[in-house]
Design a protein around this ligand. Structure first.
Ligand SMILES: Cc1cc2nc3c(=O)[nH]c(=O)nc-3n(C[C@H](O)[C@H](O)[C@H](O)COP(=O)(O)OP(=O)(O)OC[C@H]3O[C@@H](n4cnc5c(N)ncnc54)[C@H](O)[C@@H]3O)c2cc1C
Length: 448
């Protein structure tokens, strides 16, 4: 495990009294527990444990006046690692973490950005409600809800942002807004996919779903014939009922043989329905181990609150969306394993593709899989060569699994008119580019 608790080289920042009262600066005994993220070490000049939108507005004004780098952080699990910095201000929302069921009959829920998805799941469970939000309870509400949210019930319930009915933000000029389809609808459109470019989100309202127990199958397959396995697994997932969502992790096992672990969730516990639905997935490849059990959904997402210390050594990550795992695509995905420490496929499709592409800034509504491949920094170029060969078989990009933040990534994430609309909105809502630390939108269209 990498240890990053090295002394900070960053000077402590001078701050106005209001911000000083919530700041953790170098030299503070708490500093080492708040400076880093899950993927990246950082040496910020101050981490502000903000308690209100007013604190955030003050932080934005100070960053603007002093020209220091500014970063928003919710759960610190951003794969791109941009929720810390060196020498700047981190607006840490972890204290804004309330989760409230506003109306249990209409399943209306409010979650503050600093809550973790495990806490959301636990808070909704007593009401028989859930939001499909990802596979990890420690991921923060703010980072995921401003980008997408591919969860363990995505084929049945769609993306997390498909359930968003309102968002509260502090904008670049310090104003506090609540946006929904009737209030600042352009902003609401942009927040759902490109939110980090437009402000610091403090809270969201969601329409949750009635969910009780689910069945989980954890299956380890021999995937030595990797491309053939992937093609069969992909076809089985696409043909499965929407109650089935499957996430697959491919690694190179002992003796260089590829091994695939599928975590498949069936939203329900009817044993016959589960067996019928999962049988085609199981037959995708020789089963080495299989364990299936029924569980309340929230128990799949414990929030451990492990301190972040750049604990993920696979800090270089590539992301793409795939319509179908065709044999050629499967060959190229297989080649990634020669250099990636981990290749993951998450099923989207189903209800994700019910939303019209123009509904929000996340516009990818034909794809069936989200693909990510991660490696160590020394193997970055090897991975990129293989990823380039795969690229023609991809259709779009989900920002949350990507560590490059350049033009190509923006164009893949926000195809065509989506990017043009986002660029125009960026000029309106963030004309001075205060929120540019992650996947920054430009001021003008890219030249052709
Ligand atoms: C172990 C692991 C498993 C994952 N599994 C899934 C999965 O199954 N499905 C899925 O969809 N994603 C998954 N992700 C990706 C995850 O959704 C993103 O990395 C997400 O951005 C993390 O949110 P966070 O609040 O923890 O991140 P942070 O590191 O706090 O933030 C990430 C970025 O989002 C922006 N941001 C954060 N908070 C705010 C805010 N309040 N307002 C505006 N911008 C903000 C910042 O620009 C920041 O750089 C996973 C990530 C990890 C590390």
């Amino acid at each position: 495990m990498r240890t990053t608790d090295t002394p900070s080289r960053s000077p402590s920042l001078d701050l106005p009294e209001r911000l000083g009262a919530v700041a953790v600066r170098p030299g503070d005994r708490r500093y080492d527990s708040v400076r880093h993220t899950y993927t990246r070490p950082g040496s910020p000049g101050a981490v502000l444990l903000v308690r209100s939108a007013g604190d955030i507005a003050a932080a934005l004004a100070h960053a603007r006046a002093t020209q220091v780098p500014l970063t928003a952080r919710s759960g610190g699990h951003g794969i791109s690692g941009r929720s810390t910095n060196d020498g700047g201000i981190v607006v840490d929302l972890s204290r804004l973490n309330a989760v409230e069921v506003l109306d249990s009959r209409s399943a209306l829920v409010r979650a503050e950005a600093g809550a973790r998805w495990g806490e959301v799941a636990a808070a909704l469970a007593p009401y028989g409600l859930a939001l499909s939000s990802g596979d990890t309870g420690d991921v923060g509400v703010g980072g995921l809800a401003t980008a997408g949210g591919i969860g363990l019930m995505s084929r049945l319930h769609g993306l997390t942002i498909d359930h968003m009915s309102a968002a509260e933000l502090v904008l670049a000029d310090g104003s506090v807004v609540r946006t929904d389809v009737e209030h600042d609808p352009d902003l609401f459109w942009a927040v759902r996919g490109a939110g980090a470019n437009f402000g610091v989100a403090t809270a969201f309202e969601f329409q949750a779903e009635p969910v009780r127990d689910v069945t989980v199958a954890v299956t380890v397959h021999d995937a030595a014939d990797t491309a053939a396995f992937l093609t069969r697994w992909g076809a089985a997932v696409e043909a499965a009922p929407r109650a089935v969502t499957s996430f697959l992790t491919l690694v190179t096992g002992a003796g260089g043989r590829a091994v695939a672990q599928a975590m498949t969730v069936y939203a329900g516990t009817d044993a016959t329905a589960v067996r019928t639905a999962l049988a085609p997935l199981l037959s995708a490849g020789r089963v080495l181990r299989n364990q299936a059990f029924a569980t309340p959904y929230h128990q799949l997402l414990p929030a451990g609150h492990e301190p972040q210390h750049a604990q993920q050594p696979l800090s270089v990550s590539r992301s793409g969306l795939v319509d179908h795992i065709t044999p050629p695509a499967a060959e190229h995905i297989t080649a990634l394993l020669e250099t990636a420490g981990m290749v993951q496929l998450r099923s989207v499709g189903g209800a994700v593709n019910d939303a019209p592409p123009e509904a929000m800034a996340y516009s990818h509504r034909t794809q069936n899989f989200s693909l990510m491949a991660a490696t160590v920094p020394t193997l970055r170029d090897d991975l990129d060569q293989r990823w380039e060969r795969l690229h023609p078989h991809l259709n779009g990009l989900y920002l949350s699994f990507e560590t490059r933040t350049g033009r190509q990534q923006l164009e893949d994430a926000f195809p065509g008119a989506v990017l043009e609309r986002l660029i125009a909105l960026k000029s309106h809502y963030d004309p001075d580019h205060l929120f540019d630390n992650n996947f920054a939108l430009p001021s003008v269209r890219f030249p052709h």
